[in-house]
Design a binder for this molecule. Structure first.
Ligand SMILES: C[S@@+](CC[C@H](N)C(=O)[O-])C[C@H]1O[C@@H](n2cnc3c(N)ncnc32)[C@H](O)[C@@H]1O
Length: 183
C-alpha cells in the first residue's frame, strides 16, 4: 500500500494486482479503493478465491469475476480502465523473460500511470546472499538479476525505469515502470 500511495494512488484508481495470491495486498487495497476498482490475476484461481472469502473484511466489495486465472501474463478480461499495476514478490520467483512478457502485455492499457514490481538484484553468476540473508540464484527461484538487465527489459518494453529507494522485506528491490503515454 505504501508503494502504491507513493505513486499517488487514490480510491479512484483502478488497480491490477498481478500474482495477487491470497490477497495480502487486496485485503487492504479492496477496502481502500472504490468498489469494483480492484482486479487480481494469479496462476491459481483457487488461491485468489480462498483469499477473497477469508481475508477480506467485506468480500462483496470485490466481485468474484475480478479475480482472473492467468499464468501467462496475458491479462485476459482485464478492462482498459486500469491505472496502476503491481506485481509484488512475483518476478522474484520466475525467469526474467516473464517480466518482459508482462510489461509488453501491459502496454495495451491506455490509462496506465505506473507499473510497480519487485526483483532481487545481483550480478553474481552463482548464488548470492541478499542484505537480510536470503540466498538468491541466477537460474532458479528465488531468482536474482543484474540491475542492467532490469533496466534493459523495462526500456525494451517501451517503459521508463525508476528504481525506488524504498526498503522492502527480504531485500527485494521495487521498480516503477512508467508507460510511454505518461509525459
Ligand atoms: C510469493 S507469492 C506473492 C503473492 C502476492 N503478490 C503477495 O505479495 O503476497 C507469488 C505469487 O505468484 C503467483 N504466480 C506464480 N507464477 C505465476 C504466473 N506465471 N502467473 C501469475 N501468477 C503466478 C503464485 O501463485 C503466488 O500467488
Amino acid at each position: 500500500m505504501q508503494a502504491l500511495l507513493s505513486q499517488g494512488m487514490t480510491p479512484e484508481d483502478h488497480l491490477l494486482d498481478i500474482g495477487c495470491g491470497a490477497l495480502r495486498l487486496g485485503h487492504k487495497a479492496v477496502p481502500y479503493l472504490r468498489p469494483g476498482h480492484y482486479w487480481g490475476t494469479d496462476a491459481s484461481l483457487a488461491l485468489m478465491r480462498h483469499g477473497r472469502l477469508t481475508e477480506l473484511p467485506d468480500p462483496a466489495r470485490l466481485p468474484e469475476d475480478h479475480l482472473i486465472e492467468d499464468a501467462r501474463f496475458a491479462f485476459p478480461g482485464i478492462p482498459d480502465t486500469i491505472t496502476l499495476a503491481i506485481a509484488f514478490g512475483v518476478f522474484t520467483h520466475l525467469p526474467h523473460a516473464d517480466l518482459a512478457t508482462a510489461l509488453t502485455n501491459l502496454r495495451r492499457f491506455p490509462l496506465m500511470r505506473s507499473v510497480l514490481f519487485t526483483v532481487f538484484l545481483s550480478d553474481a553468476s552463482g548464488p548470492a546472499r541478499q542484505p537480510d540473508g536470503v540466498v538468491t540464484h541466477p537460474d532458479r527461484p528465488p531468482y536474482h538479476v543484474p540491475e542492467s538487465s532490469v533496466l534493459g527489459t523495462i526500456r525494451s518494453a517501451g517503459f521508463t525505469p525508476t528504481r525506488s529507494p524504498m526498503l522492502l522485506p527480504r531485500g527485494q528491490v521495487l521498480w516503477v515502470a512508467t508507460p510511454p503515454q505518461i509525459p
